[in-house]
Structures are given as structure tokens and as C-alpha cells.
Ligand binder design. Structure first.
Ligand code: MG
Length: 256
């Protein structure tokens, strides 16, 4: 497909879409309490998106390599689930869980993508640290996301955080270009070598989304065809922002 550079008008739309998405995901995250179901969070997220006149990006989307469309607006991935957890009424969040909420929104035809992992009630020190380090790695990756740098610089920055804590970095899933489509070129892996891969140029928009595991980096795909879990059953965290590359500082389109 090649990398799609966005023009000024498209960037304005992505800015507005990103702002809406950030506000909505924050509202959904604040609903997370012990006893709530994943399905309730999904219904709430979809309502908020549609109330704003926008479209949930993931609902009925069929990613490459899949046969069935994704059946929900929100991905809800609990504990050892890494990403793409399908929200059901049977999944009831409980004290001590961590839950990744991943949401995409289509505003005036253009897509933004955003995820956070949040605590359900009180969580362990170890899990708090996993969330904090994964989040910090995202911001370290974002700091490298500037015109003239390369995709490998982002992965290299993220990777250092996982290495320091001996976390597993999920390698078969990665960040990606975003905007006209949910998934565009380039792939943006959460590991890499500085100075390698595609050059970042102003007008590119990418989603950066580190996924760190407490244990192995290996993941397995569930029978449902979507949910990725850690192979060893240990917990996993995931944070994601949609970023605009400029001549100067990167612009986080999905910032609150
Ligand atoms: Mg994404």
C-alpha cells in the first residue's frame, strides 16, 4: 500500500477525531470497577462514539488474515489477554485485575486508534509497575517519533524499557500507520535498531502500541480467532497513542 502522507485538511480531521477518542476512552476507563462486565464497557464506548456522530472503527472490521469480522467496538483484554479480547457479558472484572481497553474511532472518514491498560480496584505492586513501565515506554517511543528519524528508533527506545525489567515484548503484533485505514504502512514494531527501517516524514500518522508481558514474549491466539493471550498465562499490558509526525515535536492526536 505504501505510506500515506496526510494533508492539512486530513490532519485537522484526525486532530478532532483523536480528541474525541481520547475523551471517550477516558470516560470508559473511569467506568472500570470490580463487578462491571466487559460487555457493559463496550456498549458504553459504542454509545459515546455514536452520540458524537462518529463510527466505531473496530466493529465489523475484518483485519488481514481474519475470516470473521470483529464483533464489538471496544477490545477488552483482561490479565493474561494481550490484545483483541472480545467483550462479553460473562467477563466480569474483579478486584486485582488489569484490563487493556483498545478503541478506534472514524471521524469524517478518518481513523484514530488509542489504548490504555487500567487497574480494577487495588492491584499488586508488580502489576502497577508493569503498567507504569509499559506506559513510559510508549512515551519514550513517541519522543523518537520526529521527522528525519526512522521507525527503528521508536522500537529501540521502547525495547530498552522492557529489557531493563526483563519483560517479554510481544513481537508478532506491532504499531502501524493509521488514518485513511485502521491499519496502514509502515509496521511499527516495539523493538528494533536505531537508524533502521522507514524514514519518518512530516504528515505521517502512526499508532505506537507497546505490549509488555511479565513473562515470556510468546503469545497464543484463542479459539475465538481474536484474543491473544500470553503463552505462560502471566499478565500483559498495552498502551497506544495515535501520533502525527511534524517538523518538530511529535503531536499526540489522542491526548486528552
Ligand atoms: Mg492499533
Amino acid at each position: 500500500m505504501g505510506i500515506i502522507i496526510k494533508n492539512t485538511e486530513e490532519i485537522e480531521i484526525l486532530r478532532e477525531g483523536g480528541k474525541r477518542l481520547a475523551r471517550i476512552l477516558d470516560m470508559v476507563a473511569k467506568k472500570v470497577v470490580p463487578g462491571i462486565s466487559a460487555k457493559e464497557l463496550d456498549v458504553y464506548a459504542e454509545k459515546l462514539i455514536r452520540d458524537g456522530g462518529d463510527i466505531p472503527a473496530f466493529l465489523n472490521y475484518t483485519p488481514g488474515g481474519h475470516v470473521k469480522p470483529y464483533p464489538a467496538s471496544l477490545c477488552v483484554s483482561v490479565n493474561n489477554q494481550v490484545v483483541h479480547g472480545i467483550p462479553t457479558a460473562k467477563t466480569i472484572l474483579k478486584e486485582g485485575d488489569i484490563v487493556s481497553l483498545d478503541l478506534g474511532l472514524k471521524h469524517k472518514g478518518l481513523f484514530t486508534d488509542h489504548a490504555v491498560t487500567v487497574a480494577v480496584g487495588k492491584i499488586s505492586k508488580k502489576d502497577q509497575e508493569l503498567l507504569q513501565i509499559t506506559r513510559e515506554s510508549l512515551y519514550a517511543g513517541i519522543a523518537e517519533t520526529r521527522g528525519g528519524n526512522r521507525v527503528g528508533d521508536i522500537g529501540a527506545a521502547i525495547q530498552e524499557f522492557a529489557k531493563a525489567k526483563k519483560y517479554g515484548i510481544v513481537k508478532i503484533l506491532s504499531g502501524h500507520g493509521v488514518g485513511k485505514y485502521i491499519h496502514e504502512d509502515p509496521f511499527v514494531p516495539n523493538y528494533g535498531k536505531r537508524g533502521t527501517k522507514e524514514k519518518l516524514v512530516p504528515g505521517m500518522v502512526i499508532a505506537i502500541e507497546p505490549m509488555f508481558n511479565l513473562g515470556t514474549d510468546e503469545v497464543v491466539l484463542d479459539k475465538d480467532g481474536y484474543t491473544f493471550r500470553t503463552a505462560d498465562g502471566l499478565k500483559s499490558a498495552h498502551f497506544e497513542h495515535t501520533i502525527l509526525i511534524t517538523d518538530g515535536e511529535p503531536e499526540i492526536l489522542t491526548a486528552l
